[in-house]
Design a protein around this ligand. Structure first.
Ligand SMILES: Cc1cc2nc3c(=O)[nH]c(=O)nc-3n(C[C@H](O)[C@H](O)[C@H](O)COP(=O)(O)O)c2cc1C
Length: 174
């Protein structure tokens, strides 16, 4: 089925279901032009600075973090339910050792507006450009959150990606 431009409000419910379920696939691309994909489950979508924002939290240990520091563009892709195995794999191994696209048959295709590809098989594709990034500061964080989620350090960087395009399978909105 063909993909069409959609409003981010129209695909919000299935995006949140994806985050709460198997996860979404975040694609980044560093200076060498080789894309990498990782699973994300923690994110927020909303309006900040009069822009539509996809806020992704990426731990500093991730290969993805290294790539986002080179090029802040990223895409977020919601996969059909039968791709759950690939989504789990992308959340389990690192792009430092694996070409996750090749190993799981994910097809990276150029995005319309950003320098990171989208995944052809996705139901929904967000194209995002980082407009702000912030390293979490433990001193400003609820100690209960720090002890539960950051006992070994490895804090998240918060990437505020302006959503510059959203494309979805025709008929998949609302
Ligand atoms: C369901 C699920 C959700 C995840 N959510 C996140 C997340 O929001 N942020 C994060 O830094 N890692 C998250 N991870 C872990 C990364 O996907 C995982 O460490 C991955 O192997 C990193 O790949 P990379 O080193 O190629 O970047 C999640 C993993 C799973 C299985």
């Amino acid at each position: 089925m063909a993909k069409v431009d959609v409003d981010f409000r129209d695909v919000f419910p299935q995006t949140i279901d994806g985050l709460d379920g198997d996860g979404l696939l975040l694609v980044s691309q560093g200076a060498d032009g080789k894309p990498n994909v990782m699973t994300i489950g923690w994110a927020a979508i909303g309006t900040i600075w009069r822009r539509q924002i996809f806020l992704a939290l990426v731990r500093q240990s991730r290969h993805t973090h290294q790539l986002l520091e080179q090029n802040g563009d990223f895409t977020v892709n919601l996969m059909p339910a039968d791709w759950g195995d690939a989504v789990a794999f992308c959340g389990d191994v690192s792009g430092r050792e694996h070409d996750k696209f090749a190993e799981k048959g994910l097809k990276a295709v150029p995005a319309a507006k950003v320098r990171a590809p989208v995944i052809e098989q996705a139901l929904v594709q967000y194209e995002c450009r980082t407009v702000q990034k912030t390293d979490m500061n433990p001193a400003n964080t609820d100690p209960a959150v720090v002890s539960r989620f950051y006992a070994n350090g490895n804090f998240h960087t918060l990437y505020f990606g302006e959503i510059v395009a959203v494309r979805a399978e025709e008929g998949s909105g609302k």
